[in-house]
Design a protein around this ligand. Structure first.
Ligand code: FES
Length: 85
């Protein structure tokens, strides 16, 4: 199935790239942009991004970020001062 018609990217290639990115760096979010870079292409129209996110999530490769990072940030000195501004 072609997911990105601008670059003729298939679902299989996208999942493989996402899997590789996640294995290479499990702490970094797998984004459509990173997948494009990993595959050596550039997005053109961007209409495939939401489908790419959905495919990644359905494949169980989703990375939801900031909860741990946010709780770590709350411990930073002066963060309460920044939040109050
Ligand atoms: S369909 Fe993917 S960039 Fe256009």
């Amino acid at each position: 199935m072609i997911v990105c018609s601008c670059n003729v990217l298939t679902k299989v290639r996208i999942i493989a790239a996402a899997d590789r990115l996640l294995r290479d760096d499990p702490n970094r979010p797998v984004t459509a942009g990173r997948i494009f870079r990993a595959l050596g292409v550039r997005p053109n129209c961007g209409t495939c991004f939401s489908l790419i996110r959905q495919i990644i999530a359905e494949a169980g490769l989703s990375f939801t970020c900031p909860e741990p990072l946010a709780s770590e940030a709350e411990d930073l000195p002066g963060i309460d001062k920044i939040a109050a501004e």
